[in-house]
Design a protein around this ligand. Sequence first.
Ligand SMILES: [Zn+2]
Length: 71
Amino acid sequence: MKRYRINKNTSNNPNGNNEVHNEDCYFYSRILSYEDLGLHVNCQSAVAEAKRRCYVRADGCKTCSPTCHRG
Ligand SMILES: [Zn+2]
């Protein structure tokens, strides 16, 4: 299980997505505006949780969650 958080700020993302990061990610501790998504077994679960919280443009980070990264 890893902790995940979602970046509330989409202005740095070329596709306007809310990127989802896990606690091992370089960016995890550097996001200024985020919401904690809690503990998840994988990024699919974390992205699904984000979508339940109405982040319709939630997407896995290319660096830490490449299997959940679509664009
Ligand atoms: Zn990341």
